[in-house]
Design a protein around this ligand. Structure first.
Ligand SMILES: C[S@@+](CC[C@H](N)C(=O)[O-])C[C@H]1O[C@@H](n2cnc3c(N)ncnc32)[C@H](O)[C@@H]1O
Length: 311
């Protein structure tokens, strides 16, 4: 780690500690965990997901509504009913998701094999879920796989609700997959399943090669060591007329780095869109106006869209 990185992390740490003062006591434990994690990281690695953890204050564009529900099982997490907020999304959508609670996320979890998917539903996933619901034709009647689905795979659940032929929710984190499995078991939707799939483990693709019509992925492009394995995974999975919808924020050039890798492939066409939906763009503009209070940072929170298609 160079001096610049160290000073950047020191600033993040200070920012986080300052922010802790401003949050309600119920959230203080989480902030302390993150501050602790950062201190530890500053001494060791200083990688990108650190910045990600710190900057997670902005969590939603308000496209989905979270309601209370009776828990179908006893668990250490929280069951929530999720719907599109009124007026958001043409398709109706309702799903029960299980969120891992504060207590379920330990410091070890935060620094272990990428645990970013167990922290929250990231804005990119929310936007992707909304987009998939609004453009039901993309997934209807098709075989869909969500990569890096995190703990809820909510966009994949929306794909199932708009009548995908099948939906497979995947992640490389075992805890995320156990949670996805819990959600699937209680969703009572027959065409959804969950499985562990690491982009850097070719054996995990067994039985899936060239069989996927639609790949969904949200906020998965910032892992420097996994961009190429992710792209290779997408190419191996896509069927002959398959397409991948990838939503991710710029995150200091990491979106562009992935796009550059994709452009090198002569078997893929690539489309990049920044303003792909009026509602999402105006949500971004409104969030930007309030950034001093809501922590919104377009670089970290506004997902751009890459569509990859097999040529
Ligand atoms: C920022 S989270 C996004 C989770 C979810 N899509 C969302 O936006 O809420 C990134 C996800 O990528 C997964 N991931 C990271 N590296 C991976 C790899 N090599 N193989 C599979 N999944 C990976 C993490 O486990 C995590 O769930």
């Amino acid at each position: 780690m160079d001096d610049h990185d160290d000073s950047r992390l020191r600033q993040q740490e200070q920012h986080l500690r300052a922010t802790e003062e401003a949050v309600p006591s119920s959230s203080k434990k989480r902030w302390r965990l993150l501050a602790h994690t950062i201190s530890k990281k500053r001494r060791t690695e200083g990688d990108d997901d650190l910045a990600l953890s710190v900057c997670r204050r902005f969590l939603t564009f308000g496209l989905m509504q979270y309601g209370e529900m009776e828990a179908p099982t006893a668990s250490s997490g929280i069951w929530k009913s999720v719907t599109f907020a009124p007026g958001h999304g043409d398709a109706s959508f309702h799903a029960a998701v299980h969120l891992l609670s504060d207590e379920a996320v330990s410091v070890e979890d935060l620094v272990g094999f990428n645990n970013t998917g167990n922290v929250c539903i990231w804005p990119a996933e929310e936007v992707m879920a909304y987009y998939v619901g609004k453009h039901a034709k993309i997934c209807a009647g098709r075989r869909v796989v969500e990569l890096g689905a995190g703990m809820t795979g909510v966009a994949g659940l929306v794909a199932a609700s708009v009548k995908a032929e099948s939906v497979l929710l995947t992640d490389g984190n075992e805890k995320s997959v156990a949670n996805l499995d819990l959600i699937v078991r209680h969703s009572k939707i027959s065409n959804v399943s969950a499985r562990l799939l690491r982009w850097d483990a070719p054996a995990d693709l067994e039985g899936l090669e060239h069989s996927v019509d639609v790949i969904l992925a949200a906020d998965c492009l910032f892992f420097n060591e996994y961009r190429l394995p992710l792209l290779d995974t997408i190419v191996k999975l896509l069927s002959s007329n398959g397409e991948a919808y990838i939503f991710a924020p710029s995150r200091s050039g990491t979106f562009d780095k992935f796009a550059d890798l994709a452009k090198l492939r002569d078997d893929l066409s690539i489309e990049i869109e920044t303003d792909y939906d009026e509602v999402v763009s105006s949500g971004r503009d409104a969030a930007a106006l309030l950034c001093a209070s809501n922590g919104f940072d377009e670089n970290l929170h506004y997902p751009k869209l890459i569509v990859l298609r097999r040529k």
